[in-house]
Design a protein around this ligand. Structure first.
Ligand SMILES: Nc1ncnc2c1ncn2[C@@H]1O[C@H](COP(=O)(O)OP(=O)(O)OP(=O)(O)O)[C@@H](O)[C@H]1O
Length: 356
């Protein structure tokens, strides 16, 4: 397993790149722990695959260096990086049996046959394909084939890292849940360094210890699922993580008071603002309290989602979502307050600290 050091990496697909906007991947400078489970999460086109391909060696970055355990691998081809990869669509040898497909990476490295047998059987149990071990891969369904691809990615125990590129896309929803939990368990048992690309927040949050949120070619935050929820560093993280996402509204700040429309909101401290910039107040729907006291809102819709209700409202001419418990009373003259612990102030989309 390896520690992965991304040292001032940038990548542009156009050779004459100059401006920041020319780069599909803007500067990335991070060190990822040996044995960590990282999910690269973000919308289509934000640069996840570009970063993954730089780690795997399919792509050489325009600038910067990449190291595995302190060894510079920036210009090494994929084969020389000792990694396993699982792609979005199955890559299997149709004429081989399921067993032989899984054994292939081990036999290729001359692992003794008794160890091959032990390891392949462990993986067959894990991906639930033991009954099909002797069948040729040819007649299998797409999700069975993808399970073989996943198994092949996991079968070796001597790799630097395992890279997954949206590996559960073709898997049916129930099996997706099962495989996600198994991957998590396997990560805990094995201590592999894993990097998992997805645009699905549930996949990222259940799989990863650390979620790497990407937006517009940048990493906007690396954090545990709880950190991303409680302290989003960027408004994008606020509304991409969580359902519904964080409420973000334009605000004016004076000392420890934020003003939204004609309403004044007391802050737990004065924001440390450097210069005039676009200022916003962010608050997750779970931290908005609905009752008979506070600031007036107009409710447009109440959605019952089982144990909770989502109240869609307007506050100072801005859309506002509120999460309340399923048995909560919805007042006829609704008012809201903001839990100070849940308020964030953002300048040019980035969270600013509060004094005190
Ligand atoms: N081979 C290429 N040549 C030119 N531009 C590319 C190439 N590959 C990707 N891009 C561009 O680079 C940016 C980042 O793409 P990338 O595939 O890394 O994003 P992504 O987050 O993985 O998206 P998706 O989830 O859709 O795969 C996009 O604007 C994309 O159009």
């Amino acid at each position: 397993m390896a520690r992965i050091n991304l040292d001032h990496i940038r990548h542009a697909y156009t050779p004459a790149a100059r401006a920041a906007g020319d780069y599909a991947l803007k500067e990335v400078h991070h060190e990822w722990d040996d044995g960590g489970a990282y999910a690269l999460l973000g919308p289509s086109g934000c640069g996840k695959t570009t970063l993954l391909n730089i780690i795997s060696g399919l792509l050489h970055p325009s600038d910067g260096r990449i190291e595995f355990d302190g060894v510079d691998v920036t210009t090494l081809p994929t084969q020389a990086r000792n990694i396993a990869q699982v792609f979005q669509f199955p890559v299997v040898y149709d004429t081989m049996t399921v067993y032989d497909n899984l054994a292939f990476p081990l036999r290729n490295r001359h692992v003794p046959e008794d160890q091959v047998n032990k390891r392949v059987n462990e993986i067959l149990d894990m991906i639930d394909l033991q009954p099909m071990a002797k069948k040729r891969a040819q007649g299998l369904t797409a999700d069975q084939k993808q399970k073989i691809s996943l198994g092949r990615g996991l079968v070796r125990s001597d790799v630097n890292a395992i890279l997954f590129d949206e590996p559960l896309t073709v898997i049916d929803p129930h099996m997706k849940w099962v495989l996600r939990s198994q991957l998590k368990r396997l990560h805990r048992q094995s201590g592999f360094t894993m990097v998992y690309v997805t645009h699905d927040q549930t996949e990222a949050l259940t799989f990863a210890d650390k979620v790497v949120v990407m937006y517009d070619g940048q990493i906007v935050q690396i954090g545990t699922p709880a950190e991303l929820f409680e302290r989003p560093s960027h408004t994008f993280v606020g509304y991409f993580i969580g359902s519904p996402g964080m409420n973000v509204m334009p605000a004016k700040i004076s000392g420890t008071t934020a003003t939204v429309g004609d309403q004044s909101i007391a802050l737990p401290g004065a924001p440390k603002l450097a210069s005039q910039s676009k200022l916003e107040l962010g608050i997750r729907p779970e931290f908005v309290r609905l009752g008979r006291e506070g600031m007036p809102v107009t409710i447009s819709k109440v959605e019952d989602i089982g144990r909770q209700k989502i109240v869609r409202a307007r506050f100072c001419d801005q859309p506002l979502s509120i999460v309340v418990s399923e048995d909560a009373d919805i007042p006829t003259d609704p008012k809201i307050t903001f839990d100070p612990a849940g308020i964030g102030i953002f300048a040019d989309s980035w969270r600013v600290g509060l004094e005190g």
